[in-house]
Design a protein around this ligand. Structure first.
Ligand code: BGC
Length: 747
């Protein structure tokens, strides 16, 4: 079906550019254009049939709550993202939803961002690979995706008006690549323009973002939809490439579009282009097909959740719980689990697995006894009696498992946290239980990173469960008992102190601006480069088995590409999954680069004793930086080290390679420095020759003995240098050399 818009009036066309109601586009039956539904997203379907809102306040139809992005990020497994995407797509079809709003691929710039639970990682490659897998799988089912929130929406504080002030290299290297990958690899039906401004211009009316970059550079052919209520100047939005305003505006902005065309402020061709992109969405299936398979999707949600759990610490094989005869389960989160975040992604789950029940079931099968105590109240407050009871119980058992975490009050869409700390009453329970119990395991439920300081060393094991979706309770039990071997790895650093985070001085901004002053040094890029100690580094995650990584070989396959081959063996006694993490380190080029950056990864399943050879491709981008002078990606010639890490801080093997890279000659001007002139591969030697030809023997000897003389003037612009040399270089000789440098650049 292809819809022809040529016969439509301007009014009809403008009417198609905003929603008919909260979740639907307008129909134009006379032109054969149906209305379609767009709804949240991303880890389940929030189909509201009663009161509508974009903050998850009113209820929605029951649907499966799959693990949110924070969990999927920790799986480091595109297959998990793919399965979430496909399953959400199937549910969307059952509800007659054409576009599911998500996934969110924004970078976790600060651990305080209230919406970090909805984002994958602090790393753009990991975010992009997972987001692209989610989108491809969902769209393969026939449902459109809306990758969001484009762009630089990395906080909730003043999200509807703040300007994210980010330099272009940082945008290109950190905040845009995940979007770029999703767009170029998975062709999402829509991209959602975020609320915030990017460098002073609202994303929803930012032509550079929505047209120059998204469409011209990346080839995006779908429609741009506004975040709900993100439109400020509708006419500027159409001009910039913002096609569909959601939700509707009751016709007010449609009229503005009509008026702008009539008055000549807006070209009708811009309206036509937007309309064509919007009506193409109506080609997506929009009638309900298929049934929601509640039981099958719940079981799927359980297995996906188990793959996302990160075992942070496990002293003396405390876990799995297999050997324990008596187990205390402490903490209200064990009976009232927190498994999703608050806000627009809030799902009305079909059912919810309670961790305590899952633990009891597996303990029963093993003849172990389970007792429980609430320990604290999630709603807050100190309760001495609850604490006393928990400590008494902990003193009587083989192992105490303490469930702690953040409640809906502590984190949600709409606001950022101000601290990384767990509630004080929960910390008190951990510490008191750890003193009383023979062994203590802490299980965390949190959407954003929490501090482990003040109690980390007192407990034997720590399991980071993040928010795991509706079946997270049984998935956690599976991991605690070793039914599933944990294989999650941190997609974000756990710092020692909030102040260590590189965004600390510039978060959440002031007077309408948040300055991304740390540049590309986001998350681990900063911690590693500054050698700043952290509690657990990016990429960390333990297993119940052990793996050996050997035989790294890196083959250079072109001027700017390589392939790394590595052998991984499961050297332990149980089956498990291992993530091979490939980082690239380089000081090549004129810009300061992080000491290493994740450039490829792969997750593989290995039986005990099994060995597999893994090949990881390192494409041009793995070695490139964004050059602001050349407005492009550059792979500088030089040395690169390819490193395989257990995590970003612990390198298991490395190999140096040398790349010929790009041949770059920057053209010289009188503003170029003396150093630039001498360093130029063609002009430099010519200049040196000319200089030395004009010298006396004595001057030449002096220059050779005093190399520092040149160093002192190296950073001086040629123009200023000339003024001091009193005509040492005739103007026309310099003109010739500049022309030579320009022709070299063209070559
Ligand atoms: C959120 C989006 C969401 C939309 C619709 C907005 O407040 O930022 O992520 O898709 O509401 O609920």
């Amino acid at each position: 079906m292809s819809i022809d818009i040529t016969g439509l009036t301007l009014e009809q066309k403008a009417s198609l550019l905003s929603g008919g109601d909260f979740w639907s586009t307008k129909a134009l039956p006379e032109a054969g254009i149906p209305s379609i539904v767009l709804t949240d997203g991303p880890h389940g379907i929030r189909r509201q049939t009663g009161g509508a809102d974009h903050l998850g306040i009113n209820d929605a139809e029951p649907s499966t709550c799959f693990p949110p992005a924070v969990a999927v990020g920790s799986s480091w497994d595109p297959e998990i993202a793919r399965q979430v995407g496909a399953a959400v797509g199937r549910e969307a079809k059952a509800f007659g939803v054409s576009v599911v709003l998500g996934p969110g691929v924004n970078i976790k710039r600060s651990p305080l961002c209230g919406r970090n639970f909805e984002y994958y990682s602090e790393d753009p490659l990991l975010s992009g690979v997972l987001g692209a897998a989610h989108v491809a799988a969902m769209q393969a089912v026939g449902v459109g995706a809306s990758v969001k929130h484009f762009a630089a929406n990395n906080q909730e504080h003043e999200r509807m008006r703040i300007s994210a002030d980010v330099d272009e290299r940082t945008l290109r290297e950190i905040y845009l690549p995940a979007f770029e990958r999703v767009v170029t690899e998975s062709a999402p039906a829509t991209v959602m323009a975020s609320y915030n401004k990017v460098n002073g211009v609202y994303a929803s009316q930012n032509r550079w973002l929505l047209t120059d970059l998204l469409r011209t550079e990346w080839g995006f052919a779908g429609a741009v939809v506004s975040d709900w209520g993100a439109v400020s100047d509708r006419v500027a939005g159409v001009e910039a490439g913002m096609d569909l305003e959601m939700p509707g505006s009751g016709g007010g902005t449609d009229q503005q579009i009509v008026d702008a065309v009539r008055s000549g402020r807006l070209a009708e061709s811009d309206v036509d282009a937007a309309v064509r992109r919007v009506v193409r969405l109506a080609e997506l299936p929009h009638t309900a097909t298929g049934e929601l398979d509640v039981a099958a999707h719940h079981a799927l949600a359980r297995s996906l959740a188990a793959e996302s759990i990160v075992l942070l610490k496990n002293d003396d094989g405390t876990l799995p719980l297999d050997g324990a005869l008596t187990i205390a389960v402490i903490g209200e989160f064990a009976t009232a689990p927190r498994f999703q975040g608050g806000g627009s992604s809030h799902i009305n789950p079909t059912r919810v697995d309670v961790p305590l029940e899952g633990i009891r079931r597996l303990a029963d099968e093993r003849g172990a006894l389970v007792e429980s105590a609430p320990g604290y109240a999630i709603a807050g407050g100190d309760d001495a009696e609850l604490l006393r009871e928990a400590v008494e119980l902990a003193g009587r058992v083989d192992v105490a498992v303490v469930f702690v975490g953040l409640g809906d009050r502590e984190e949600s869409e709409g606001f950022d946290r101000t601290t990384l700390d767990l509630p004080a009453a929960q910390i008190a329970v951990i510490r008191a239980v750890a003193t009383a119990a023979r062994r203590t395991v802490v299980v965390l439920s949190n959407g954003g990173v929490v501090s482990l300081e003040g109690w980390h060393d007192e407990v034997d094991a720590i399991v980071e469960g993040w928010l795991l979706g509706q079946a997270g309770g049984s998935a956690m039990a599976d991991v605690l008992f070793g039914v599933v071997n944990p294989s999650g790895h941190l997609a974000e650093t756990i710092p020692l102190r909030l102040e260590d985070n590189p965004s600390w001085n510039n978060f959440p901004g002031e007077q309408g601006h948040v300055r991304y002053g740390e540049g590309v040094m986001v998350g681990y890029r900063h911690y590693e480069t500054a050698a700043q100690p952290v509690r657990y580094p990016f990429g960390h995650g333990l297993s119940y088995t052990t793996f050996a990584t050997t035989g790294l070989q890196v083959a250079v396959t072109g001027p700017d590409t390589a392939v790394a081959t590595v052998t991984v063996t499961n050297t332990g006694a149980v089956a498990g999954k291992h993530v091979v993490q490939a980082y690239v380190a380089s000081a090549a080029g004129p810009v300061r680069r992080p000491v290493r950056e994740l450039r490829a990864f792969a997750k593989l399943a290995l039986e005990p004793g099994e060995t597999r050879i893994v090949e990881l491709s390192l494409d041009r981008r793995a070695f490139a930086y964004w050059d602001i002078e050349l407005s492009g990606w550059v792979v500088p010639a030089g040395g690169y080290t390819v490193q395989i890490g257990h995590d970003v801080s612990h390198i298991a093997a490395e190999q140096q390679i040398s790349l010929t890279g790009d041949v770059i000659h920057r053209s010289l001007t009188l503003e170029s420095t003396v150093g630039d002139w001498f360093a130029h591969p063609v002009v430099g030697p010519a200049l040196m020759e000319g200089l030395s030809a004009g010298m006396t023997e004595e001057q030449r000897a002096h220059a050779e003995e005093n190399p520092n003389d040149l160093k002192m003037v190296e950073s001086m612009p040629m123009q200023q240098f000339l003024a001091f040399t009193g005509g040492a270089f005739p103007a026309e000789a310099l003109d010739q050399l500049m022309a030579l440098s320009r022709s070299e650049e063209a070559a």
